[in-house]
Design a protein around this ligand. Sequence first.
Ligand code: HEM
Length: 223
Amino acid sequence: MRKIYIHPLPIRIWHWLNALGIILLILTGLQIRYTGLFDVISFRNAVILHNWVGFLVGANFLLWLLFYLFSNRISVYQPELNSKKYFAAMFRQVYFYAYGILRGEANPYRVTPAAKFNPMQAMTYQIVMLLLLPMQFYTGVLLWDATGFAGQIDMLGGIRVISTIHVLLSIAFIGFLMSHLYLITLGHSFFAHSKGMVTGYEEVEDETKPKETTSFRVDRDSP
Ligand code: HEM
């Protein structure tokens, strides 16, 4: 194995703050929605904490966005622009996670610093970061000041529509988090990917070294 640097420091800082923030938002959101069922802190404190963490996660999102906009790392999110090749690679990856991995087959994707995401990751992370997170933030801000944003809320169908979208998106986040937590355990060891998000380095197979082969030497002189 050899180590390659794939998660620069700003991304690691963003990621762990974001993970902590999203988990806190899910917990406080559950408490706000199901008062009486979850009573870890008071309703009022849950609302205050939810609002603060929501704005911090929103500000932290800018760290992720600005890093990718102003560094040369944006390539990790656009691995293949030819849609035919892209979907072929995507289906290879889905096949691997659904079946190939159970048969002990090798991961069809080779990680490099410029293309660290397989097609499934690139697609999912883009949906989460560029669609779900901004939509969740926007609907959250509308709910935070429903009087101030009454005009926009009415235009979008009313407060019930906005709050339903906010709840549906949070269900999508819980679903994403569960599959994310499962998929990150599928590296060459259980914690390999998580370690990578802490140190920045991921261990990949060294393809420059010749593979070890078992050779049988027949020694003609031996008895
Ligand atoms: C305790 C919870 C979490 C753990 C242990 C975790 C772990 C990881 C690991 C190991 C990676 C690198 C492997 C990979 O690229 O697939 C990663 C990447 C990523 N995770 Fe998480 N994650 C957590 C929560 C979250 C949450 C809540 C979100 C978003 C809502 C999220 C979004 C992402 C994104 C977008 C990336 C790619 C980052 C980039 O390099 O641009 N993660 N996560």
